[in-house]
Design a protein around this ligand. Structure first.
Ligand code: IPM
Ligand code: MG
Length: 367
């Protein structure tokens, strides 16, 4: 059997820096655990635009479709702010999501004990937090038609369309219930059924799907209340299921509960391929962070934990994912900190690559 393949798309800003550390970890698994991958690398975002004039070349798109998993760093940066909308770096990422049909976006928000003090919320509200946001990723207002800026009388009108089919809602809901079965067996679905027809349909379909999962407790919440509850009492949640736009917003909010955006991984999953593995793209939730690019300050943990999610969800290596997550936890418990995690402490920060090395050392210690 050939090794499973991973396509690495480092992208822009701190993407390449954090990806270098992930490559160390991938190398470690090959060397010490005899778990090897065929790794190839390509361009996305501004980096692709600079070379090809588009944020994702067709050839790269084809490679992503073939790969067993795609690992992406980050896209975007001030250099590309003035580009035409159609070739902005973000379009590369959105094309990957849409054409790979990655409908289920898993965004865990977990508060590491060692970092509970970093949250902007009181420690007892976030300590031990472990929630999973399932964001529908291929439809809704991000992709709905009609869209555009049109002339209407003597002014222009900007239009985007929130659109969901029953099957789109159903498949996202199923992935949330499946996850809940392996976690706390609770799903809270968030929409705006009080003002949006798409929200009414969402609620109906989710309720229908829930009948197949009698062990899971389903609740519904308007998304605005959900945002409020996330900062008031986040530990009431287990799995949150929501649409593309609400999920974008609520996941940033949830991310901040944990203290640093530099810590959070994500997985975007689609239907199973011929080999049984889901189409999958893994990426840190943080962006390209142009303000710290090239200074060795970036925190590679979100990207490393994204690789852990790949081990778990693409390669059925849950125990190795646990090992990697435990290594990260150990490094944090030992007080190793990149600059983003230093708000209130008197220790000096380690660099991006020193953090990667510390994780490798913790992995060695795990053997
Ligand atoms: C995210 C980001 C993206 C989104 C951008 C970069 C297109 O904010 O993944 O949350 O809006 O989905
Ligand atoms: Mg976002």
């Amino acid at each position: 059997m050939p090794n499973p393949s991973i396509l690495i798309l480092p992208g822009d800003g701190i993407g390449p820096e954090v990806m270098t550390e992930v490559r160390k970890i991938i190398g470690w698994f090959g060397e010490k655990r005899d778990i090897s991958f065929d790794v190839s690398e390509d361009l996305v975002g501004g980096a692709a635009y600079d070379k090809h004039g588009v944020p994702l070349a067709d050839e790269t798109m084809a490679k992503a479709q073939e790969a067993d998993a795609v690992l992406l760093g980050a896209v975007g940066g001030p250099k590309y702010d003035d580009l035409d909308f159609s070739v902005k770096p973000e379009r590369g990422l959105l094309r990957l999501r849409k054409e790979m049909d990655l409908y289920s976006n898993l965004r865990p928000a977990q508060c590491f004990d060692a970092l509970a003090d970093f949250s902007s919320l009181k420690k007892d509200i976030v300590a031990g937090l472990d929630i999973m946001i399932v964001r529908e990723l291929t439809s809704g207002v991000y992709f709905g038609e009609p869209r555009g800026i049109f002339e209407e009388g003597n002014e222009r009108v900007g239009i985007n369309t929130q659109r969901y089919t029953e099957s789109e809602i159903e498949r996202a809901a199923r992935s949330a219930f499946e996850l809940a079965m392996r976690r706390g067996k609770k799903v809270c679905s968030m929409e705006k059924a009080n003002v949006m027809e798409s929200g009414i349909l969402w609620r109906e379909v989710v309720t229908r799907v829930a009948a197949d999962y009698p062990e899971v407790e389903l609740s519904h919440m308007y998304a605005d209340n959900g945002a409020m509850q996330l900062v008031r009492a986040p530990k009431q949640f287990d799995v949150i299921l929501t649409d593309n736009l609400f999920g974008d917003i609520l996941s940033d909010c949830a991310a901040m509960l944990t203290g640093s955006l530099g810590m959070l991984p994500s997985a975007s999953l689609g239907a199973p391929m011929e080999n049984g593995r889901p189409k999958a793209l893994y990426e840190p939730v943080h962006g390209s962070a142009p303000d710290i690019t090239g200074q060795g300050k970036a925190n590679p943990i979100a990207c490393v934990l994204s690789f852990a999610m790949a081990l778990r969800y693409s390669f059925d290596l849950g125990a190795e994912a646990d090992r990697l997550e435990a290594a990260v936890e150990k490094v944090l418990a030992d007080g190793v900190r990149t600059a983003d995690l230093l708000a209130s402490e008197g220790v000096s920060p380690v660099s991006t690559s020193e953090m990667g090395d510390a994780i490798v050392a913790a992995l060695n210690a795990s053997l």
